[in-house]
Write a protein that binds this ligand. Structure first.
Ligand code: ADP
Ligand code: F6P
Length: 471
């Protein structure tokens, strides 16, 4: 068994199986923030990534990606249902996102979630070197830190939550709240996107575990000190800038504009098709602007990219039907022959196509109802080396704390959203350039590498692990 000094454990591997046009199975990069973020920094690091490769049955054997070793974990059909679709994505996901959809508390899912967490913990415990470090990611694996501690008390354990951690009164609804809290506090360092999340966890530790906490949210559990803190995740800025600068990508962006009929303005949204992303509120706002004649299909086009996600979960299927119905209604009502109101694309794109789309967009509309970070907002800023374009950004995305020069908006307030869209569409060029330049400057020094270094340096104060990351 090959062992590594750094082991990353995440639900998904950075690869997803998909079917090529000729029917063959091929592997491609997974969509979604976590895989995008970590894939960027780990491929040149002597680390192992433990995760699920998608699909059900025996884990496939997968080759290394550069120097990164891959350790797949298999899931049976029942496990996929109880662990991934059930407890992770129908209980924790909605609850952690302000319960924008009702969380489901199904007692049968808990045991599967616990068993699968144990399997991930065992795989990690097998491949980590003595005295090494294991970095566990996200809500799917919240019990893993404690389970690893039981198996390998010699290793450093980090946990990072990519999604929001809810206010205590919401977390208190969880039937298994004590186990989930204890599981996460098995880590030496628990990282979040926002400082408020760490305060929430500290409050819960006092309330549920009677644990002593300090003013800076350090928590004492079982005689150990668990450190907590905010480490806002980011993107590979250099990669996005390089893509956006490629002549073929710039040509593609120009071609896209031509294909769209050379509108005066292009609005773009890029989301996983998820009810947290605020797609319906956005469509309502846009359709009312068309209805009121404040936006004309003659000169404005909206593109909504909505990559399919968690399609076997009922809420997601229902959402997709509702969105597709609404897009059809808007196009039927306001479109003309050769003038489509909304271009709706329910498909994955490669990074170069995304970069071209970002360059085509005069207004990027990122309006989740709640989002841990939202990397799409950061990708858009990184792609705009020309300092042109406007970013409309929800106050409820973690990214809003860093991108204060965006056009910030409360997406629940449809009237406010309409005004903000118009404001962004009509803003003068100098204002746009100032905003974009400020956001780009921030991102340049706060990229994915800076995030990983900050987290890993805090986890291992000797700086040994952070030193392996590229550049
Ligand atoms: P989440 O983590 O909820 O999926 P983020 O906005 O943080 O949301 O991250 C989404 C990631 O998925 C981004 O890196 C984005 O580029 C990528 N992505 C979004 N839509 C697509 C798509 N249609 N094809 C490929 N990648 C996509
Ligand atoms: O950011 C939240 C998250 O669950 C990530 O862990 C994941 O990369 C992304 O959303 C996509 O979700 P899924 O893995 O369910 O397709």
């Amino acid at each position: 068994m090959r062992q590594s000094s750094l082991v990353v454990v995440a639900n998904r591997l950075p690869l997803d199986d998909s079917t090529a046009p000729d029917g063959a199975c091929e592997w491609r990069r997974s969509p979604g923030g976590l895989a995008s973020a970590l894939h960027a920094i780990l491929q040149q690091t002597p680390a192992t990534w433990v995760g699920w490769a998608g699909g059900t049955g025996e884990a496939p054997s997968l080759p290394d990606i550069g120097t990164l070793r891959i350790r797949p974990v298999g899931l049976s059909a029942d496990e996929l249902h109880g662990y991934y679709e059930g407890f992770a994505n129908s209980t924790l996901w909605p609850l952690y996102h302000d319960a924008v959809e009702q969380p489901v508390f199904d007692r049968g899912w808990w045991e599967t979630y616990r068993d699968v967490n144990r399997r991930f913990a065992e795989a990690a415990a097998e491949v980590v070197e003595p005295g090494g470090a294991v970095w566990v990611q996200d809500y799917h694996l919240q019990l893993v830190p404690q389970l690893i501690r039981e198996l390998r008390p010699d290793v450093l354990i980090g946990f990072f939550l990519h999604v929001p951690f809810p206010p205590p009164e919401l977390f208190m609804q969880l039937p298994r709240r004590v186990e989930l809290l204890r599981g996460m506090l098995g880590a030496d360092l628990v990282g979040f996107q926002r400082p408020q999340a760490a305060h929430n966890v500290a409050q819960l530790a006092v309330k549920l575990l009677g644990a002593p906490v300090t003013a800076n949210d350090q928590i004492t559990v079982d005689g150990r000190t668990v450190r907590t803190g905010a480490f806002p995740v980011s993107i590979d800025v250099t990669e996005m800038q390089a893509l956006a600068a490629r002549p073929d990508v710039r040509d593609r962006a120009r071609q896209l504009r031509t294909d769209l009929g050379r509108p005066r303005r292009v609005l773009l949204s890029v989301d996983r098709l998820d009810y947290t992303k605020g797609i319906e509120h956005r469509l309502t706002a846009y359709s009312e602007l068309l209805r009121d004649g404040r936006v004309k299909v003659r000169d404005t086009v909206m593109i909504q990219v909505a990559v399919p996600s968690r399609e076997r979960v009922e809420n997601y299927r229902v959402l997709r039907d509702r969105i597709e119905g609404e897009v059809g209604r808007i196009n039927g009502e306001y479109g003309r022959v050769g003038e489509t109101a909304i271009h709706y694309l329910n498909q994955p794109f490669d990074r170069a196509d995304l970069a071209a789309l970002y360059q085509t967009a005069d207004v990027m509309v990122v309006t989740p109802l709640r989002d841990g970070m939202n990397l799409v907002a950061k990708e858009y800023v990184a792609a705009r080396a020309d300092d042109a374009g406007a970013l409309v950004l929800s106050e409820f995305a973690g990214a809003a704390a860093e991108l204060a020069d965006a056009f910030l908006v409360n997406p629940h307030d449809v009237d406010g959203l309409k005004e903000t869209l118009l404001h962004a569409m009509e803003a003068d060029q100098r204002d746009l350039e100032r905003r974009m330049a400020a956001m780009r400057a921030h991102l340049t020094s706060h990229d994915i590498l800076a995030w990983a270094r900050a987290y890993l340096t805090a986890l291992d104060r000797t700086g040994r692990i952070a030193a392996w990351l590229r550049r």
